[in-house]
Design a protein around this ligand. Structure first.
Ligand code: ADP
Length: 505
């Protein structure tokens, strides 16, 4: 099959969250399984920087600039994008970069320090329209168009409604993946004009949501198959509590919705190959390896260099979803009473970074906190920490708990979405069966987080053997992309079957 993905972020070019990891890695896995994969991505300023750095480092990237040019009538203005193609060796995935400086050549993907960009509907309507036209212009013979999140939600609508009579529409089926229901691309109704679609689709069963244009809903309505990033999240988003207003749309299409847990790129996130670590380690020598990494991190962050003190790591966006209110409350309770070190890395809202900085100023011997995005530090925290906290309000899949499992860093999670699907709570029975991999709790409260974290600390301090058993069970698990890619191929086949049954292929 030839699969084309359309996305607003993908590693190694542009990343704000887990979406980038998924779309950067899944295509490579599909290629390994014998398929052809291409990815469309806006050519943001950061993408150009990565290309420039790649050039300087003589990376084997095969860059062809200007392989196509697409002009769109955007609100009465002719707006042109150049398409550049980069082939990432050795995996042979083609990235098509949509270069339109007015829309994309700026700092930030969706916003900057002054907030979200005001023209995001225009930017991603434009991107989606360019993608469908570029596939035709480039003559790509494709079987699947796979869209990710609201930024590309219009593409299944163009495909399904056949606004233009493109050849590829008759040969491909569409799949849409929801990475987070909370981000829907909801804009005021008159932006419908930017889509170039007939106004009759602006109705409550298709593109309209309480008078607004909703791009995620559009994708959910028009795609042949829908996926999300864990089976539990697939169930949760069909309920009013977690469906963010679109649970009815999803219930109506429940036969098309499948949850597949994301994979981990063990070429990058595995302590036995991790170039960021002072000492690489495996399940055979994790105590020594983690000890060396912990000492190095304590030294570099100015924390007391004590091997015995439990280190709690957190790497996350400063956003409400991630449970920072629980974490901050717990830190207040424990700051003078629990002998633990906190190592926190995050970026985002000041309402969380400010109280965390204040806590750090009070006890710099117990708390290290950095408010920035640092991939290298993220790797070093995963290796050095003993515990990793993810008390999310909701978590579609979550990647850090999967990284933590491989790094021997026991996750303490709230049992929601992908966290519920991937972490087995360390109850007495599960510890003795050797199936436990972490600690989980259900109620969203600081007390419940405190209970689970204390359970973990007690085992850490009092029972080295039990702790080691849990660590090793987690380290031996396989959450690689191969499993997810195979499941996704099943989804692509079903999408094609549905499209054929409906006479569209
Ligand atoms: P989400 O996509 O909701 O942000 P995920 O757990 O799915 O959450 O993915 C988050 C990804 O972003 C992980 O790879 C994590 O390591 C990374 N990440 C988040 N914040 C930072 C940060 N400040 N610095 C480095 N990496 C970060």
């Amino acid at each position: 099959m030839h699969i084309v993905m359309a996305t607003s972020e993908a590693i190694p070019f542009a990343k704000t969250g887990g979406l980038a990891d998924v779309v950067g890695t899944l295509p490579m896995e599909l290629v390994k399984l014998g398929h052809h994969c291409s990815v469309f991505l806006p050519a943001y300023a950061c993408v150009k920087e990565v290309l420039q750095a790649g050039r300087l480092e003589n990376r084997h990237w095969n860059l062809s600039e200007g392989v196509a040019e697409v002009t769109i009538d955007h609100a009465g203005m002719a707006c042109t994008a150049k398409i550049h193609r980069v082939r990432l060796d050795p995996h042979g995935v083609d990235f098509y970069l949509v270069d339109q400086p007015m829309f994309f050549d700026r700092e930030g993907l969706y916003g900057d320090s002054s907030g979200t960009f005001g023209d995001n509907s225009g930017r991603f309507c434009f991107f989606s329209r360019v993608v469908v036209e570029a596939i035709e212009k480039l003559g790509l013979a494709i079987d699947i168009i796979h869209c990710h999140d609201w930024q590309t939600g219009l593409i299944p609508a163009y495909h399904r409604t056949r606004t233009q009579n493109w050849n590829w529409y008759h040969h491909a089926a569409s799949v849409m993946t929801i990475h987070n229901m909370a981000y829907q691309g909801r804009f005021w109704g008159p932006d419908m004009a930017l889509t170039g679609l007939d106004g009759r689709y602006f109705n409550w069963q298709q593109m309209e949501f309480f008078g607004d244009l909703n791009l995620l809903k559009t994708g959910l309505v028009f795609s042949d198959m829908l996926t999300t990033v864990s089976p539990t999240y697939a169930k949760e988003i069909q309920t009013p509590a977690s469906g963010c207003g679109l649970d009815g749309v999803l219930r109506a299409r429940a036969d098309r919705l499948i949850g597949i847990v994301n994979g981990v790129d063990y070429g990058v996130w595995d302590p036995s190959v991790d170039e960021h670590l002072t000492m690489k380690y495996t399940v055979e020598n994790w105590r020594e390896g983690k000890g060396v990494c912990k000492r190095q991190l304590q030294e570099s962050l100015g924390l007391p260099m004590r091997p015995d003190v439990p280190m709690i790591g957190i790497i996350s966006r400063f956003a409400e979803q991630k449970g920072w209110d629980l974490i901050i409350q717990l830190m207040h309770w424990w700051i003078d009473h629990q002998d633990v070190q906190w190592v926190i890395l995050g970026s985002g809202e000041e309402r969380y970074s400010t109280p965390l900085s204040q806590l750090r100023a009070r006890r710099p011997d117990r708390i290290a906190m950095q408010s920035r995005f640092s991939d290298s530090l993220a790797h070093r925290i995963e290796a050095a920490a003993d515990l990793f906290l993810m008390p999310s309000q909701y978590e579609p899949c979550g990647l850090n708990q999967l990284y933590s499992l491989r790094y021997g860093t026991l996750p303490v999670v709230r049992a929601t979405g992908g966290l519920a699907d991937t972490i087995v709570d360390a109850t007495v029975d599960r510890i003795s069966e050797r199936t436990a991999t972490g600690f989980s709790f259900v109620e969203y409260s600081p007390e419940a987080l405190a209970d689970s974290t204390l359970r973990a600390l007690t085992i850490f301090r009092e029972s080295t053997d039990k702790w080691g058993g849990i660590v090793e069970t987690g380290m031996r698990q396989d959450w690689s992309w191969k499993r997810s890619a195979e499941a996704m191929l099943g989804v692509y086949r079903r999408a094609r079957e549905f499209a054929a049954m409906e006479g569209r292929l």
